[in-house]
Design a protein around this ligand. Structure first.
Ligand SMILES: NC(=O)c1ccc[n+]([C@@H]2O[C@H](COP(=O)([O-])OP(=O)(O)OC[C@H]3O[C@@H](n4cnc5c(N)ncnc54)[C@H](OP(=O)(O)O)[C@@H]3O)[C@@H](O)[C@H]2O)c1
Length: 437
Protein backbone atom coordinates (compact mmCIF):
# COMPACT_ATOMS: atom_id res chain seq x y z
CA UNK A 1 0.00 0.00 0.00
CA UNK A 2 1.23 3.52 -0.74
CA UNK A 3 0.68 6.04 2.05
CA UNK A 4 0.91 9.82 2.24
CA UNK A 5 1.56 10.69 5.89
CA UNK A 6 1.58 13.98 7.83
CA UNK A 7 2.86 14.41 11.39
CA UNK A 8 5.88 12.06 11.20
CA UNK A 9 7.95 14.32 13.49
CA UNK A 10 5.24 14.23 16.18
CA UNK A 11 4.44 11.91 19.07
CA UNK A 12 1.77 9.61 17.68
CA UNK A 13 2.39 9.17 13.95
CA UNK A 14 5.91 7.64 14.25
CA UNK A 15 4.43 4.85 16.38
CA UNK A 16 1.71 4.23 13.77
CA UNK A 17 4.41 4.05 11.08
CA UNK A 18 6.44 1.59 13.19
CA UNK A 19 3.34 -0.60 13.32
CA UNK A 20 2.57 -0.24 9.62
CA UNK A 21 6.08 -1.42 8.84
CA UNK A 22 5.26 -4.61 10.73
CA UNK A 23 1.69 -5.06 9.48
CA UNK A 24 2.00 -4.11 5.82
CA UNK A 25 4.94 -5.84 4.08
CA UNK A 26 4.45 -3.67 0.97
CA UNK A 27 4.23 -0.31 2.73
CA UNK A 28 5.66 2.64 0.81
CA UNK A 29 5.52 6.14 2.26
CA UNK A 30 5.46 9.75 1.21
CA UNK A 31 6.12 11.81 4.31
CA UNK A 32 4.92 15.44 4.41
CA UNK A 33 7.52 17.28 6.45
CA UNK A 34 8.87 20.79 6.93
CA UNK A 35 12.12 22.33 8.16
CA UNK A 36 12.14 23.08 11.87
CA UNK A 37 12.67 26.44 13.55
CA UNK A 38 16.27 25.54 14.45
CA UNK A 39 17.10 25.29 10.75
CA UNK A 40 17.23 21.48 10.52
CA UNK A 41 16.30 20.41 7.00
CA UNK A 42 13.70 17.77 6.18
CA UNK A 43 16.27 15.03 5.52
CA UNK A 44 18.00 15.52 8.86
CA UNK A 45 14.65 15.65 10.66
CA UNK A 46 13.49 12.45 9.01
CA UNK A 47 16.75 10.67 9.84
CA UNK A 48 16.42 11.56 13.49
CA UNK A 49 12.83 10.23 13.52
CA UNK A 50 14.00 6.97 11.94
CA UNK A 51 16.79 6.69 14.55
CA UNK A 52 14.23 7.04 17.32
CA UNK A 53 11.91 4.31 16.04
CA UNK A 54 11.49 1.05 17.86
CA UNK A 55 12.50 -0.97 14.78
CA UNK A 56 15.54 -3.16 14.20
CA UNK A 57 18.24 -1.96 11.83
CA UNK A 58 17.05 -3.90 8.73
CA UNK A 59 13.50 -2.56 9.24
CA UNK A 60 14.81 1.00 9.58
CA UNK A 61 16.84 0.57 6.41
CA UNK A 62 13.78 -0.78 4.62
CA UNK A 63 11.73 2.18 5.82
CA UNK A 64 14.32 4.65 4.51
CA UNK A 65 14.45 2.87 1.14
CA UNK A 66 10.67 2.97 0.88
CA UNK A 67 10.21 6.59 1.94
CA UNK A 68 10.14 9.80 -0.02
CA UNK A 69 10.10 13.16 1.69
CA UNK A 70 7.66 15.81 0.53
CA UNK A 71 8.54 19.26 1.80
CA UNK A 72 5.37 21.18 2.57
CA UNK A 73 4.24 24.66 3.49
CA UNK A 74 0.63 24.59 4.61
CA UNK A 75 0.10 28.24 3.84
CA UNK A 76 0.87 27.80 0.15
CA UNK A 77 -1.40 26.51 -2.56
CA UNK A 78 -1.40 22.71 -2.78
CA UNK A 79 0.70 22.68 0.40
CA UNK A 80 3.59 24.24 -1.53
CA UNK A 81 4.40 20.84 -3.06
CA UNK A 82 6.10 21.16 -6.44
CA UNK A 83 3.62 20.42 -9.24
CA UNK A 84 5.38 17.31 -10.59
CA UNK A 85 5.49 15.74 -7.14
CA UNK A 86 1.87 16.73 -6.45
CA UNK A 87 0.83 14.91 -9.66
CA UNK A 88 2.87 11.88 -8.59
CA UNK A 89 1.06 11.88 -5.24
CA UNK A 90 -2.30 11.96 -7.02
CA UNK A 91 -1.29 9.06 -9.24
CA UNK A 92 0.26 6.85 -6.61
CA UNK A 93 -1.24 7.47 -3.16
CA UNK A 94 -3.79 4.93 -1.92
CA UNK A 95 -4.19 6.04 1.67
CA UNK A 96 -3.59 9.26 3.56
CA UNK A 97 -2.85 9.47 7.26
CA UNK A 98 -3.34 13.04 8.45
CA UNK A 99 -1.90 13.19 11.96
CA UNK A 100 -0.33 16.66 11.90
CA UNK A 101 -1.82 19.40 14.04
CA UNK A 102 -0.78 22.24 16.29
CA UNK A 103 -1.60 20.81 19.71
CA UNK A 104 -0.79 23.90 21.77
CA UNK A 105 -3.60 25.23 23.94
CA UNK A 106 -2.54 28.87 24.09
CA UNK A 107 -2.52 29.93 20.45
CA UNK A 108 -4.70 32.68 18.99
CA UNK A 109 -7.56 31.30 16.89
CA UNK A 110 -6.37 32.88 13.62
CA UNK A 111 -2.92 31.35 14.05
CA UNK A 112 -3.96 27.81 15.01
CA UNK A 113 -6.71 27.67 12.41
CA UNK A 114 -4.03 27.39 9.71
CA UNK A 115 -2.40 24.09 10.83
CA UNK A 116 -5.61 22.59 12.19
CA UNK A 117 -8.35 23.58 9.75
CA UNK A 118 -6.76 24.92 6.56
CA UNK A 119 -4.18 22.11 6.50
CA UNK A 120 -6.97 19.51 6.86
CA UNK A 121 -8.93 21.12 4.02
CA UNK A 122 -5.88 20.98 1.76
CA UNK A 123 -5.35 17.34 2.68
CA UNK A 124 -8.95 16.70 1.72
CA UNK A 125 -8.34 18.42 -1.66
CA UNK A 126 -5.53 15.95 -2.24
CA UNK A 127 -7.82 13.04 -1.34
CA UNK A 128 -10.42 14.37 -3.74
CA UNK A 129 -7.90 14.63 -6.58
CA UNK A 130 -6.68 11.08 -5.86
CA UNK A 131 -10.28 9.85 -5.82
CA UNK A 132 -11.03 11.37 -9.22
CA UNK A 133 -7.82 10.00 -10.69
CA UNK A 134 -8.50 6.51 -9.37
CA UNK A 135 -12.10 6.57 -10.56
CA UNK A 136 -10.88 7.44 -14.04
CA UNK A 137 -8.59 4.43 -14.04
CA UNK A 138 -11.12 2.08 -12.41
CA UNK A 139 -9.07 1.71 -9.24
CA UNK A 140 -10.30 1.27 -5.64
CA UNK A 141 -11.27 4.37 -3.68
CA UNK A 142 -8.58 6.04 -1.56
CA UNK A 143 -9.12 6.44 2.19
CA UNK A 144 -8.21 9.35 4.43
CA UNK A 145 -7.47 8.55 8.08
CA UNK A 146 -7.77 11.74 10.09
CA UNK A 147 -6.66 12.01 13.73
CA UNK A 148 -9.10 14.26 15.57
CA UNK A 149 -9.50 14.37 19.36
CA UNK A 150 -12.21 13.51 21.87
CA UNK A 151 -11.71 17.05 23.19
CA UNK A 152 -13.20 18.45 19.97
CA UNK A 153 -16.51 17.99 21.85
CA UNK A 154 -15.62 20.84 24.20
CA UNK A 155 -17.59 21.34 27.40
CA UNK A 156 -20.14 18.58 28.02
CA UNK A 157 -21.67 18.21 31.44
CA UNK A 158 -23.03 14.78 30.54
CA UNK A 159 -20.94 11.89 29.20
CA UNK A 160 -19.76 12.75 25.70
CA UNK A 161 -21.82 10.69 23.25
CA UNK A 162 -20.63 8.72 20.27
CA UNK A 163 -22.99 10.47 17.91
CA UNK A 164 -21.68 9.67 14.43
CA UNK A 165 -23.00 10.62 11.84
CA UNK A 166 -23.96 13.63 13.97
CA UNK A 167 -21.58 15.92 15.82
CA UNK A 168 -22.74 18.49 18.35
CA UNK A 169 -19.73 19.98 20.11
CA UNK A 170 -20.18 22.10 23.23
CA UNK A 171 -18.40 25.39 23.89
CA UNK A 172 -14.70 24.75 23.20
CA UNK A 173 -12.22 24.61 26.07
CA UNK A 174 -9.59 26.41 23.99
CA UNK A 175 -8.68 27.32 20.40
CA UNK A 176 -7.09 23.89 19.88
CA UNK A 177 -10.40 22.16 20.66
CA UNK A 178 -12.27 24.76 18.62
CA UNK A 179 -10.18 24.27 15.48
CA UNK A 180 -10.12 20.48 15.84
CA UNK A 181 -13.93 20.60 16.06
CA UNK A 182 -14.06 22.69 12.88
CA UNK A 183 -11.84 20.23 11.06
CA UNK A 184 -13.88 17.28 12.27
CA UNK A 185 -17.13 18.92 11.13
CA UNK A 186 -15.51 19.51 7.74
CA UNK A 187 -14.48 15.83 7.41
CA UNK A 188 -17.86 14.58 8.65
CA UNK A 189 -19.58 16.67 6.06
CA UNK A 190 -17.53 14.97 3.34
CA UNK A 191 -18.49 11.54 4.66
CA UNK A 192 -22.17 12.44 4.99
CA UNK A 193 -22.62 14.49 1.83
CA UNK A 194 -20.13 12.91 -0.56
CA UNK A 195 -19.84 9.41 0.85
CA UNK A 196 -16.05 9.79 0.89
CA UNK A 197 -13.91 7.16 2.55
CA UNK A 198 -12.76 8.99 5.67
CA UNK A 199 -12.09 7.44 9.05
CA UNK A 200 -11.90 9.89 11.95
CA UNK A 201 -9.99 8.75 15.04
CA UNK A 202 -10.77 10.44 18.34
CA UNK A 203 -8.10 9.75 20.95
CA UNK A 204 -8.61 11.35 24.35
CA UNK A 205 -5.37 12.14 26.24
CA UNK A 206 -2.46 10.16 24.87
CA UNK A 207 0.02 8.97 27.50
CA UNK A 208 3.32 7.08 27.39
CA UNK A 209 3.60 3.60 25.94
CA UNK A 210 1.97 0.86 28.01
CA UNK A 211 4.84 -1.43 27.03
CA UNK A 212 7.79 0.78 27.93
CA UNK A 213 6.32 3.80 29.73
CA UNK A 214 8.13 6.08 27.29
CA UNK A 215 6.74 9.22 25.71
CA UNK A 216 8.08 11.84 23.36
CA UNK A 217 6.00 14.68 24.76
CA UNK A 218 5.68 15.67 28.37
CA UNK A 219 2.56 17.79 28.58
CA UNK A 220 -0.76 17.91 30.41
CA UNK A 221 -0.79 15.25 33.15
CA UNK A 222 2.99 15.02 32.93
CA UNK A 223 3.32 18.74 33.74
CA UNK A 224 0.92 18.40 36.67
CA UNK A 225 2.92 15.43 37.97
CA UNK A 226 6.15 17.40 37.54
CA UNK A 227 4.81 20.41 39.42
CA UNK A 228 3.66 18.10 42.20
CA UNK A 229 7.12 16.51 42.37
CA UNK A 230 8.80 19.93 42.43
CA UNK A 231 6.48 21.09 45.23
CA UNK A 232 5.16 23.88 43.04
CA UNK A 233 1.53 22.91 43.04
CA UNK A 234 0.30 23.33 46.61
CA UNK A 235 -3.36 23.16 45.58
CA UNK A 236 -5.41 21.27 43.07
CA UNK A 237 -9.12 20.74 42.63
CA UNK A 238 -11.63 18.21 41.30
CA UNK A 239 -10.09 15.08 42.91
CA UNK A 240 -12.98 12.94 41.67
CA UNK A 241 -12.64 13.95 38.01
CA UNK A 242 -11.46 11.15 35.79
CA UNK A 243 -8.68 11.70 33.27
CA UNK A 244 -9.19 9.61 30.18
CA UNK A 245 -5.63 8.63 29.30
CA UNK A 246 -4.83 6.07 26.60
CA UNK A 247 -1.33 4.76 25.93
CA UNK A 248 0.30 5.80 22.66
CA UNK A 249 1.12 2.21 21.63
CA UNK A 250 -2.56 1.21 21.96
CA UNK A 251 -3.70 4.22 19.93
CA UNK A 252 -1.15 3.39 17.23
CA UNK A 253 -2.09 -0.31 17.25
CA UNK A 254 -5.77 0.46 16.61
CA UNK A 255 -5.06 3.04 13.89
CA UNK A 256 -2.51 0.86 12.09
CA UNK A 257 -4.74 -2.24 12.26
CA UNK A 258 -7.63 -0.34 10.71
CA UNK A 259 -5.33 1.04 8.01
CA UNK A 260 -3.55 -2.22 7.21
CA UNK A 261 -6.63 -4.46 7.31
CA UNK A 262 -8.41 -2.09 4.92
CA UNK A 263 -11.95 -3.18 5.85
CA UNK A 264 -13.36 -0.13 7.67
CA UNK A 265 -13.52 3.02 5.58
CA UNK A 266 -16.13 5.46 6.87
CA UNK A 267 -16.93 6.65 10.35
CA UNK A 268 -15.58 7.71 13.70
CA UNK A 269 -13.57 5.57 16.10
CA UNK A 270 -13.16 7.02 19.57
CA UNK A 271 -10.00 5.89 21.31
CA UNK A 272 -10.91 6.28 24.95
CA UNK A 273 -10.66 4.37 28.19
CA UNK A 274 -14.29 5.28 29.01
CA UNK A 275 -15.24 3.99 32.45
CA UNK A 276 -11.57 3.14 33.14
CA UNK A 277 -10.60 6.85 33.38
CA UNK A 278 -8.23 7.55 36.25
CA UNK A 279 -9.47 9.84 39.08
CA UNK A 280 -7.20 12.84 39.64
CA UNK A 281 -6.86 11.88 43.31
CA UNK A 282 -5.67 8.36 42.44
CA UNK A 283 -3.08 9.78 40.07
CA UNK A 284 -1.93 12.08 42.86
CA UNK A 285 -1.76 9.31 45.47
CA UNK A 286 0.10 6.86 43.25
CA UNK A 287 2.43 9.64 42.06
CA UNK A 288 3.11 10.81 45.59
CA UNK A 289 3.91 7.28 46.76
CA UNK A 290 6.10 6.57 43.73
CA UNK A 291 8.08 9.79 43.71
CA UNK A 292 8.71 9.80 47.44
CA UNK A 293 10.00 6.22 47.27
CA UNK A 294 12.11 6.65 44.13
CA UNK A 295 13.21 10.29 44.41
CA UNK A 296 16.71 10.56 42.88
CA UNK A 297 17.44 13.76 44.86
CA UNK A 298 18.53 13.04 48.44
CA UNK A 299 16.77 15.18 51.02
CA UNK A 300 14.21 16.52 48.54
CA UNK A 301 10.82 16.71 50.21
CA UNK A 302 7.70 16.33 48.10
CA UNK A 303 4.74 18.05 49.72
CA UNK A 304 1.30 16.54 49.38
CA UNK A 305 -1.08 18.51 47.22
CA UNK A 306 -4.19 19.82 48.99
CA UNK A 307 -7.48 19.43 47.18
CA UNK A 308 -9.59 22.57 47.46
CA UNK A 309 -12.90 23.78 45.99
CA UNK A 310 -12.81 24.98 42.39
CA UNK A 311 -13.52 28.64 43.21
CA UNK A 312 -10.63 28.73 45.67
CA UNK A 313 -8.27 27.04 43.25
CA UNK A 314 -9.07 29.40 40.40
CA UNK A 315 -8.84 32.45 42.70
CA UNK A 316 -5.38 31.33 43.85
CA UNK A 317 -4.24 30.86 40.27
CA UNK A 318 -5.52 34.30 39.28
CA UNK A 319 -3.96 36.00 42.26
CA UNK A 320 -0.63 34.40 41.46
CA UNK A 321 -0.77 35.34 37.81
CA UNK A 322 -1.64 38.96 38.58
CA UNK A 323 1.12 39.05 41.18
CA UNK A 324 3.75 37.93 38.65
CA UNK A 325 2.44 40.30 35.99
CA UNK A 326 2.63 43.24 38.40
CA UNK A 327 6.09 42.15 39.55
CA UNK A 328 7.25 42.02 35.95
CA UNK A 329 5.84 45.47 35.21
CA UNK A 330 7.57 46.89 38.28
CA UNK A 331 10.93 45.13 38.02
CA UNK A 332 11.15 44.06 34.34
CA UNK A 333 12.77 40.85 35.58
CA UNK A 334 12.28 38.13 32.95
CA UNK A 335 11.75 35.55 35.66
CA UNK A 336 8.38 37.07 36.57
CA UNK A 337 7.25 37.18 32.96
CA UNK A 338 8.19 33.51 32.63
CA UNK A 339 6.12 32.66 35.73
CA UNK A 340 3.06 34.51 34.41
CA UNK A 341 3.45 32.80 31.03
CA UNK A 342 3.80 29.43 32.75
CA UNK A 343 0.57 29.98 34.62
CA UNK A 344 -1.22 30.94 31.40
CA UNK A 345 0.01 27.73 29.81
CA UNK A 346 -1.23 25.73 32.80
CA UNK A 347 -4.60 27.47 32.54
CA UNK A 348 -4.92 25.83 29.12
CA UNK A 349 -4.50 22.43 30.78
CA UNK A 350 -6.88 23.04 33.69
CA UNK A 351 -10.13 22.42 31.78
CA UNK A 352 -8.88 18.91 31.07
CA UNK A 353 -8.37 18.33 34.75
CA UNK A 354 -10.98 20.40 36.51
CA UNK A 355 -13.93 19.91 34.14
CA UNK A 356 -15.62 16.57 34.08
CA UNK A 357 -14.96 14.78 30.78
CA UNK A 358 -16.42 11.34 30.50
CA UNK A 359 -16.19 9.71 27.09
CA UNK A 360 -18.64 7.03 26.01
CA UNK A 361 -16.77 4.37 24.08
CA UNK A 362 -18.95 1.26 23.74
CA UNK A 363 -19.79 1.84 20.07
CA UNK A 364 -16.15 2.34 19.21
CA UNK A 365 -15.15 -0.70 21.25
CA UNK A 366 -17.44 -2.77 19.02
CA UNK A 367 -15.70 -1.36 15.95
CA UNK A 368 -12.29 -2.00 17.50
CA UNK A 369 -13.26 -5.60 18.25
CA UNK A 370 -14.58 -6.11 14.74
CA UNK A 371 -11.88 -4.41 12.70
CA UNK A 372 -8.69 -4.76 14.73
CA UNK A 373 -6.78 -7.31 16.78
CA UNK A 374 -6.82 -4.94 19.75
CA UNK A 375 -8.68 -5.29 23.03
CA UNK A 376 -9.75 -2.36 25.22
CA UNK A 377 -7.07 0.17 26.14
CA UNK A 378 -4.76 -1.49 28.66
CA UNK A 379 -5.75 -0.62 32.21
CA UNK A 380 -3.82 2.49 32.97
CA UNK A 381 -4.18 2.67 36.66
CA UNK A 382 -3.61 0.70 39.75
CA UNK A 383 -7.05 -0.49 40.78
CA UNK A 384 -8.61 -1.08 44.17
CA UNK A 385 -9.93 -4.47 45.23
CA UNK A 386 -13.20 -4.85 47.16
CA UNK A 387 -11.41 -4.08 50.42
CA UNK A 388 -9.93 -0.88 49.01
CA UNK A 389 -6.41 -2.29 48.65
CA UNK A 390 -4.42 -1.13 45.64
CA UNK A 391 -3.67 -3.78 43.08
CA UNK A 392 -0.76 -2.66 41.01
CA UNK A 393 -1.11 -2.92 37.28
CA UNK A 394 2.26 -1.38 36.61
CA UNK A 395 1.45 1.24 33.97
CA UNK A 396 1.79 4.15 36.37
CA UNK A 397 5.11 2.84 37.54
CA UNK A 398 6.34 2.67 33.97
CA UNK A 399 5.39 6.23 33.12
CA UNK A 400 6.68 7.56 36.42
CA UNK A 401 9.96 5.67 36.04
CA UNK A 402 10.31 7.29 32.62
CA UNK A 403 9.78 10.78 34.08
CA UNK A 404 12.55 10.19 36.63
CA UNK A 405 14.88 8.64 34.05
CA UNK A 406 14.49 11.53 31.63
CA UNK A 407 13.77 14.37 34.11
CA UNK A 408 10.46 14.90 32.33
CA UNK A 409 12.24 14.98 28.99
CA UNK A 410 14.78 17.50 30.31
CA UNK A 411 12.34 19.83 32.06
CA UNK A 412 13.73 18.92 35.48
CA UNK A 413 17.42 19.16 36.23
CA UNK A 414 17.94 16.81 39.16
CA UNK A 415 21.52 18.04 39.74
CA UNK A 416 20.33 21.60 40.13
CA UNK A 417 17.46 20.49 42.31
CA UNK A 418 19.96 18.52 44.43
CA UNK A 419 22.11 21.63 44.90
CA UNK A 420 19.10 23.72 45.80
CA UNK A 421 17.87 21.09 48.21
CA UNK A 422 21.29 21.01 49.85
CA UNK A 423 21.09 24.76 50.34
CA UNK A 424 17.86 24.04 52.21
CA UNK A 425 15.73 26.28 49.99
CA UNK A 426 17.36 29.45 51.33
CA UNK A 427 15.61 31.43 48.59
CA UNK A 428 12.46 29.51 47.76
CA UNK A 429 11.25 29.83 44.19
CA UNK A 430 7.63 30.87 43.88
CA UNK A 431 5.00 28.28 43.03
CA UNK A 432 4.36 27.25 39.44
CA UNK A 433 7.69 28.68 38.38
CA UNK A 434 9.03 25.55 36.78
CA UNK A 435 6.77 25.45 33.78
CA UNK A 436 8.54 25.80 30.52
CA UNK A 437 7.20 25.52 27.02
N1 LIG B 1 -1.12 13.97 22.12
C1 LIG B 1 -2.35 13.83 22.54
O1 LIG B 1 -2.62 13.69 23.75
C2 LIG B 1 -3.48 13.81 21.54
C3 LIG B 1 -4.75 13.49 22.00
C4 LIG B 1 -5.80 13.45 21.10
C5 LIG B 1 -5.58 13.72 19.77
N2 LIG B 1 -4.33 14.05 19.35
C6 LIG B 1 -4.14 14.32 17.92
O2 LIG B 1 -3.19 13.41 17.43
C7 LIG B 1 -2.45 14.01 16.37
C8 LIG B 1 -0.97 13.87 16.64
O3 LIG B 1 -0.69 14.55 17.88
P1 LIG B 1 0.76 14.54 18.51
O4 LIG B 1 0.58 14.47 19.97
O5 LIG B 1 1.61 13.53 17.80
O6 LIG B 1 1.24 16.00 18.14
P2 LIG B 1 2.72 16.56 18.14
O7 LIG B 1 3.65 15.66 18.84
O8 LIG B 1 2.65 17.99 18.57
O9 LIG B 1 3.11 16.52 16.59
C9 LIG B 1 2.45 17.36 15.69
C10 LIG B 1 2.90 17.02 14.30
O10 LIG B 1 2.20 17.89 13.40
C11 LIG B 1 3.15 18.57 12.60
N3 LIG B 1 2.68 19.92 12.27
C12 LIG B 1 2.07 20.80 13.08
N4 LIG B 1 1.85 21.95 12.44
C13 LIG B 1 2.34 21.78 11.18
C14 LIG B 1 2.41 22.59 10.03
N5 LIG B 1 1.94 23.85 10.04
N6 LIG B 1 2.99 22.09 8.91
C15 LIG B 1 3.48 20.84 8.90
N7 LIG B 1 3.43 20.01 9.95
C16 LIG B 1 2.88 20.48 11.08
C17 LIG B 1 4.39 18.67 13.46
O11 LIG B 1 5.48 18.95 12.62
P3 LIG B 1 6.72 19.85 13.17
O12 LIG B 1 7.57 18.90 13.95
O13 LIG B 1 7.35 20.34 11.93
O14 LIG B 1 6.14 20.96 14.02
C18 LIG B 1 4.39 17.27 14.07
O15 LIG B 1 4.89 16.35 13.14
C19 LIG B 1 -2.93 15.46 16.29
O16 LIG B 1 -3.86 15.56 15.25
C20 LIG B 1 -3.60 15.71 17.62
O17 LIG B 1 -4.62 16.66 17.51
C21 LIG B 1 -3.27 14.08 20.19
Amino acid sequence: MIYFVTGITGTVVPVVVEDLMKKDPDAVFYFAIRKDKKGNGVQARFESVVDSLDLDIPARRKLVERSRLVEIDVEKEKLGINPALYSELIEKTEKILHGAADVRFDQPYDVIRIPNVMFSQKIYDLLDAIKQHRELYGKSKPTLYYISTGYAYGIHKKPIPEDFPEFHPGKPDNTYAQTKAEAKAFMLDKINQRNDQIVIFEPTIIGGSARTGRTKTYNLHYIVMMLGYMGKLPFLTAPENRLDIVPVDWVAAVISDIMAKDEYHRGVVRLASGAQGVPVKSLHDVGYAYYTTHDPVPGHVIPKIRFVPRWFFYSMVNVQKIFYQVMYLCTRRKRFRKMAKGISLLEGYFPYITRSKVFENSRSMELIQKYTDCAAAPTLQDIQDKDGRLIQKGYFEKIMADTLETGWGGLVDFKRLGKKTAEEFKTPEPALGAIRK
